[in-house]
Ligand binder design. Structure first.
Ligand SMILES: Nc1ncnc2c1ncn2[C@@H]1O[C@H](COP(=O)(O)OP(=O)(O)OP(=O)(O)O)[C@@H](O)[C@H]1O
Length: 252
């Protein structure tokens, strides 16, 4: 596809003997939200983590096939992983702010990448917090500990922290599952807003959420990508019987 940003061809992943991703072929479009759905243990998080090589940290993992980001092999031996993760950021299931001030949380990434100017850092911190729709709530307490924020605010702070290094793609692993409905709805609105500038790939257990906010849906089952298409199509006219059974609640 023309606007493909991430593309997998015959991608396989093994945890030792466990064949967790089986011949995955997918073209993920830029500036859209792609939801990964499927029952527990089907490989959604594993697939998400292959996209920015988070599985590198697990020694028993073996990967075959091709995965490209903007045409470049993600698993090429000369791929700089830190650089890749600067472009492809991640927000986890549970908010994990660092035990430091709100300001320092957001400035952490840019500082690691060598930005020292206070003026510049102030600018990035404000821009990122605005981008994550939390600026107004924290602008008067930037020097206070991030741990004093509510769960929903902490999750938006983590999104701000991810945005601060100006990524291209944002991976979200069930980033709203620990939140109340109001915070969830704020993050969903935020994701819809962010897709103007970012590509979002999200794992969700919540099918209503996938139907509400994603443009594309990928349905995984037992390590296979059973179906991938426009969310409207997948939910209203699934091509595969297994997708239909899952979305109509017959299993999973
Ligand atoms: N670190 C790991 N080491 C070994 N096996 C793993 C590891 N992480 C996941 N697996 C296995 O890979 C398979 C896919 O797991 P994965 O977490 O990707 O599924 P999931 O669809 O995200 O599930 P859930 O919705 O429950 O989070 C499972 O069989 C799981 O046991």
């Amino acid at each position: 596809m023309e606007n493909t940003i991430l593309s997998a061809r015959d991608l396989n992943l093994y945890y030792g003997e466990n064949h967790a991703l089986k011949n995955i072929n997918i073209d993920i479009p830029a500036n859209e939200i792609t939801a990964l759905i499927g029952p527990s243990g089907c490989g959604k998080s594993t697939f998400l983590r292959t996209l920015n090589r988070m599985n590198d940290l697990i020694p028993i993992v073996k990967i075959t096939g091709s995965l490209t980001y903007r045409g470049q092999e993600v698993y090429a031996p000369d791929q700089d992983v830190t650089d890749l993760r600067k472009h492809i950021g991640m927000v986890f299931q549970k908010a994990n702010p660092f035990p430091m001030s709100i300001y320092d949380n957001v400035a952490y990434g840019p500082r690691t990448h060598g930005i020292r100017s206070k003026v510049k850092l102030d600018e990035i911190v404000e821009e990122s917090l605005r981008g994550a729709a939390i600026w107004d709530e924290v602008k008067d307490r930037l020097k206070k500990s991030a741990l004093g924020l509510s769960g929903g605010q902490q999750q938006r702070l983590c999104i701000a922290r991810a945005l601060a290094v100006k990524p291209d793609v944002l991976l979200m692993d069930e980033s709203t599952s620990a939140l109340d409905p109001i915070s969830t709805s704020k993050i969903e609105d935020l994701a819809a807003e962010l897709k103007k500038d970012y590509t979002i790939v999200m794992v969700t257990h919540n099918m209503q959420q996938a139907a509400r906010i994603s443009d594309n849906t990928a349905f995984f089952l037992l390590g296979e990508l059973v179906e991938f298409g426009k969310t409207d199509q997948v939910f209203s006219m699934p091509r595969d019987k297994r997708t239909e059974d899952y979305i109509t609640g017959r299993f999973g």
